[in-house]
Design a protein around this ligand. Sequence first.
Ligand code: SF4
Ligand code: SF4
Length: 108
Amino acid sequence: MFNIPKDKEVPLGCVTPAPVTEQPMMITGNWREYRPVLEPEKCDLCMNCVVFCPDACFQLDEAEEMVVLNEKYCKGCNICINECATNALTEAYELDFEDGVVRLETPF
Ligand code: SF4
Ligand code: SF4
């Protein structure tokens, strides 16, 4: 977490929700070299990953009471991992996943 002096604090403006429909021109998941991987048992639902992700890739699944990652729009910047205080998120090499990035199939 940031240690912001009181006189420099600003209120959170908004959280931009992830696209509710497919936005092919906004897909950045194929940029990713590393994928954030969640260990649910370590997650305390602090919502840092939801707030700090610049692409609003993490959303709260209220029914399941857990955060879920929309991998299509996750570019692998690792901000969420750095902001996760409980180490519930770790990075894993993308090409180790069977469904690894589509960067070779979908050039931009
Ligand atoms: S790695 Fe970056 S883009 Fe992906 S979920 Fe984390 S903060 Fe968002
Ligand atoms: S930042 Fe970490 S602990 Fe907080 S909700 Fe996200 S995964 Fe869970």
